[in-house]
Design a protein around this ligand. Structure first.
Ligand code: NAD
Length: 370
């Protein structure tokens, strides 16, 4: 039965320090990497994901297959399913929750605003409700976003900067999540860490993100659109490699203090933390495209277009000194290296049969069989 698979998956092999973690969004990009890393080091880990079709669900199924191969069970369900969450906390005394399930992407919010409220606001509350009722109460680490800095132009972004000018509904729901975290910490003594991830990329990345769709479109010979701000201002992002994000996320789990329950303990109130996890070196989208061209050995057809007001911001740049000090976070993958690994994965995963556009145009023939 599935209950047994949940318990098996949660078994800790790394004694005496191992933890047992419920990872929501485990079939997602970041979730699958983090889950895999936890399993590899001997922690107990159970996944939860609703496999929605925001992007190609077959990519989620492929990630799930890899996880399953390493002995991780991913429960199929929605974070808003309270009875399911309670059942999971009954089956396993999770020490931690790594909450990554969310409706991601800033632009899609204009098409389907309700999905952001459902997953990022109601869904977060549902997870926190289940956690505060669980015995023992797990410590929570969850994904906020660099987008909370919104239109604030004071860079690099530090955790103490203002976050009162979100540019998208996505950003607003992440900001709301941080406020909700404060409430659950205050009233129920939950230990909660909010991680502000900065544009994460790497193998198994999301099809709705720049690295992925530029790669796809460059290979297909399509013209790609590069956004520019007012007065042709460059759009840049603090692109952060997935392994660095995983290192920071696991360090957050490892340094999370126990939840204290309502009213706190003699030692004081439960822990409430916020960290930037970025790369500290923003790169322009133009430069991103040039690096991709080099790795793909294909020249991109490009056009510059004025950035529409679609929720995107011009520039992100993380200050990560707090995460360095408190977590030992050390991002050390530059965009060159990271994109090389992304492209390698992309070409292997979407390996085209010989005779396709890749072998004809991009590689001068025969590459997929060599
Ligand atoms: P992703 O879309 O690949 O992963 C999210 C996963 O959660 C998906 O597999 C999805 O099926 C699942 N999910 C969504 N809603 C759910 C629900 N209601 N119930 C159960 N499962 C649900 O995205 P990702 O890039 O891996 O992002 C993970 C987290 O990090 C998200 O919270 C995202 O907002 C945040 N984040 C990501 C980035 C980035 O650059 N990738 C940057 C900042 C923040």
């Amino acid at each position: 039965a599935w209950e047994k698979r949940v318990r098996d998956s949660a078994r800790i092999r790394r004694r005496p320090f191992g933890i047992s973690v419920l990872v929501t969004g485990a079939a997602g990009f970041i979730g699958s990497h983090a889950t895999n890393a936890l399993k590899r080091r001997g922690d107990g880990v159970v996944g939860l994901d609703n496999f929605n079709d925001y992007y190609d669900p077959s990519l989620k199924r492929a990630r799930q297959a890899l996880l399953s191969h390493s002995g991780v069970f991913v429960v199929e369900g929605d974070i808003n399913d309270g009875p399911l969450l309670r059942k999971l906390f009954d089956l396993v005394a999770f020490t931690h929750v790594l909450h990554l399930a969310a409706q991601a992407g800033v632009r899609y919010a204009m098409k389907n605003p309700g999905s952001y409220i459902h997953s990022n606001v109601a869904g977060l509350v549902s997870v926190l409700e289940a956690a505060r009722s669980a015995n023992p109460q797990p410590a929570i680490v969850w994904a906020s976003s660099s987008s909370v800095y919104g239109l604030n132009t004071e860079v690099p972004f530090s955790e103490s900067h203002r976050t009162d000018s979100p540019a998208s509904l996505y950003a607003a729901t992440k900001k709301a999540g941080e406020e909700i975290a404060h409430v659950y910490n205050h009233i129920y003594g939950l230990s909660i860490t909010s991680l502000r991830f900065f544009t994460v990329y790497g193998p198994w990345g999301r099809p709705d993100m720049a690295c992925f769709f530029f790669t796809r479109d460059i290979l297909a010979g399509k013209t790609i659109s590069i956004f520019q701000g007012p007065d042709d201002a460059t759009v840049a992002r603090d692109f952060t490699y997935i392994d660095d994000i995983v290192q920071g996320s696991l360090a957050s789990l490892d340094t999370a203090q126990k939840s204290t329950g309502s009213g706190g303990t003699k030692q004081g109130p439960a822990q409430l933390r916020v960290f930037n996890l970025g790369n500290t070196s923003p790169v322009s989208v133009v430069e991103l495209v040039s690096i991709l061209e080099r790795h793909l050995k294909v020249k991109a057809k490009r056009k510059f277009v004025k950035m529409p007001r679609n929720g995107d911001v011009l520039f992100t740049h993380a200050n990560v000194s707090l995460a360095k000090k408190e977590l030992g976070y050390h991002p050390n993958t530059n965009l060159q290296t990271g994109l090389k690994r992304f492209v390698k994965w992309y070409l292997e995963y979407y390996a085209p049969p010989s005779g396709s556009y890749l072998t004809k145009k991009g590689r001068g023939g025969g590459s997929s069989s060599s």
